[in-house]
Write a protein that binds this ligand. Sequence first.
Ligand code: PGA
Length: 241
Amino acid sequence: MNIIKMNNEDIIGQAAAVVFAAQVIKKPASVLGFATGSTPLLTYEAMVAMQDAGIVSFDEIITFNLDEYLGLNSEHPQSYYNFMQRNLFLPLGLQKENIHLPNGVNPDPIAECAHYDAEIQKAGGIDLQILGIGENGHIAFNEPADTFTQGTTVMTLTPSTISANRRFFDREDDVPRQALTMGIATIMAARQIVLIATGINKAQAVHDMIKGPISPKVPASILQMHPAITVFLDSAAASML
Ligand code: PGA
């Protein structure tokens, strides 16, 4: 793990955006894995600013998101499809056919998971994946469990994740209880990973990810085995290392 501590989240967002820009300069039609949540927003802002300034063009990228809520269609304001459109895809002007998220309203979610993995394979695998980390050590929606997940799967969210996601919904009852998520093996197959963690509420999870034993109880701990991962931390998130 290449661990980089930086003073604040703005600088981290810019640094992570540079990693994405470098990837796209090397390979314009890169397959990029994106994440939702608060953590990657500054990275996305910086990517858009770099494109607007003419430094790089993300025109040709192919995207795969980590996850989508089960039962929310793409038009739902809190669907991850909608989140990505608002925060990255529309500002970058991406073509719809190059964007992939699991379909949360496929009546056969198991078939949807298999289809999603097949689409990733067909695209040649993910070149660069961005990740956040949950307070409980989850990556994507891979919650602490007795075994590591493999491919894309249907996951029941833990109470800790439901309460962390509560802020985006009017009522706690509105937070979906299940999601379709890339599995751990899918994530580990990405050729390069950037993980960002900021804030004191992530300090324990960051400690357990980096210093703890590799265990499905802390899904992010498997990333110790990834050959090309850069972890960007602010001082609060790094405070228990
Ligand atoms: P956050 O979520 O970026 O909103 O903190 C990260 C995660 O749960 O993976």
